[in-house]
Design a protein. Structure first.
Ligand code: SF4
Ligand code: SF4
Length: 466
């Protein structure tokens, strides 16, 4: 249902207009982000057109502009990204959301529903006219192949295998699989379990909701907050009872480790916990008292505020989750540095390229999977793609009608680099990149690094078939 903007609640138009004004005053991203982002080139195009033609940018143009941000995290200003998200949320409050957009964003519920009858759904979708109508209804590009549902999703498998009960003893890890591995690529989540078990780590799959990224990107702010609250409760409960927290999806990791904590240190609760003075804001840093940088509240107070997209959620819990959760590559690399990782890896005699997805890069954890994969004898692993290279998928954006062309254009430079390396397969930890690579380079199999590690532990010699 549509709602009028509440008083003191800026409209979606004002919010995105504010972003436009700030970024055209600054202009840094006009040149810096012209190839790896769809949002900034469009922002500057609209601004230039407005100046030249003397006509105002329309509401529709501003709506489309906001929808082009996929929250990849590559641009420099978190407050600008936060305002884009606020604008999307305000748009949903004002205009509601189309059923197709809701379906694409709510992967969890769509897959839970379809996952009850995967065979039936897959059979239906293999009938050409049915697939066409489904895509049309969902606002999905006809050029995209819809992913098929596996016979059994990871969460059902985990329950059958006793992983949803907390194991005793140590070491033990609580595994957050995320929706894509959980519902669409359960082989990746099962590989994660196999690798942990190989290293004598007991696995627990706690109750979990979608991390919140896809719904946040569609402006579904209330549903996002509700899911975040649920995940905070179950994951922090697991951490409190001795579990290490791990995840295998770079987007879930980026969301829970980085995005969710943005601004949480400026909250009253955190300032109180570090005994900040009356005119002081303490920010974690290497200099200053007790590892904090001290700033004057009277000068910076208005600038340093909690992220409005998450400020209604306990900031201390957000900080705790971001500190306790590890990307699984990072977790395994730490085990290795302590001499605890099983390095008895069988050969894989293939040449492959590894691509670091943007949400992994943005976690600033180096390239742990590459360091691990280099230990597999026979594997000829080549790094592909620079800091600004992007597959172009942008979560579910690449699926949408009207964005397919942009998505493919954005991913083409990377696809060319991959082809030039003549690999047998592509390795990347992002399953959204996997969908895009399958679309752009259908001749190449795509694997998660954990599938290679699990295969090497089993000594399969040549990698699993696609
Ligand atoms: S995102 Fe930040 S650096 Fe980039 S143009 Fe906008 S204000 Fe400038
Ligand atoms: S977060 Fe990524 S997609 Fe969004 S504006 Fe920044 S660079 Fe562009």
């Amino acid at each position: 249902m549509k709602q009028k903007p509440e008083q003191g609640n800026p409209s979606s138009r004002d919010l995105i207009r504010g972003v436009m004004d700030a970024c055209t005053n600054c202009d840094i991203c006009r040149f810096m982000m012209d190839e790896s982002c769809l949002f900034f080139p469009e922002l500057y195009r609209l601004f230039d057109k407005e100046k030249e033609a003397g006509t105002n940018v329309t509401d529709e143009e501003l709506k489309r502009l906001a929808s082009l941000c996929t929250l990849c995290g590559l641009c420099p200003c978190p407050n600008i990204r936060a305002d884009i998200l606020l604008s999307k949320a305000a748009r949903v409050r004002e205009q509601g959301i189309r059923a197709g957009e809701r379906l694409l964003a709510d992967v969890q519920n769509a897959c839970r529903l379809g996952g009850r009858f995967p065979w039936l759904i897959n059979t239906f979708l293999s009938i050409n006219p049915v697939e066409k109508i489904t895509k049309r209804m969902g606002g999905i590009s006809q050029k995209r192949a819809l992913p098929r549902l596996p016979k059994e999703n990871f969460f059902s498998w985990a329950q059958k295998n006793g992983l949803t009960r907390k194991p005793a003893g140590q070491p033990k890890a609580a595994y957050f699989a995320g929706c894509t591995a959980g519902f669409l690529f359960p082989e990746v989540a099962r590989a994660a379990v196999a690798v942990l078990k190989q290293n004598h780590i007991a696995v627990y799959v706690p109750p979990q909701q979608c991390c919140g990224m896809p719904t946040l990107l569609e402006g579904m702010a209330a549903l996002t907050r509700q899911r975040v609250q649920d995940n905070l409760r179950t994951l922090l409960d697991a951490a409190d009872t001795g579990f290490d927290l791990v995840c295998t999806c770079p987007t879930c990791g980026f969301f829970m480790k980085k995005l969710l904590r943005e601004g949480a240190h400026y909250s009253q609760a955190f300032q109180k916990s570090v005994s900040a003075g009356a005119d002081e804001i303490r920010v974690p840093g290497k200099i200053g008292k007790e590892g904090y940088v001290s700033l004057k509240k009277s000068i910076y107070g208005d600038l340093l505020a909690d992220n409005p997209n998450f400020s209604a959620i306990d900031p201390m819990a957000r900080i705790a989750l971001s500190e306790k959760l590890s990307d699984m590559g990072q977790y395994l690399e730490r085990l290795h540095l302590k001499g605890l990782l099983d390095t008895n890896l069988g050969r894989i005699n293939n040449r492959m390229v590894y691509f670091t997805p943007c949400h992994q890069r943005e976690q600033n954890i180096g390239s742990p999977y590459e360091n691990l994969l280099f230990m597999i004898p026979g594997l000829d692993l080549i790094h592909v793609g620079g800091d600004m290279d992007c597959c172009g998928m942008g979560g579910s954006l690449g699926f949408k009608e009207g964005f397919h062309g942009d998505s493919v254009r954005l991913g083409q430079p990377l696809a060319k680099k991959i082809k030039a390396a003549s690999p047998y397969a592509i390795v990347t930890d992002c399953l959204s990149c996997r969908l895009q690579f399958r679309h752009l380079l259908p001749e190449l199999p795509v694997y998660h690094p954990l599938e290679l590690l699990a295969s090497a532990y089993k000594n399969e010699k040549t990698i699993i078939r696609p």
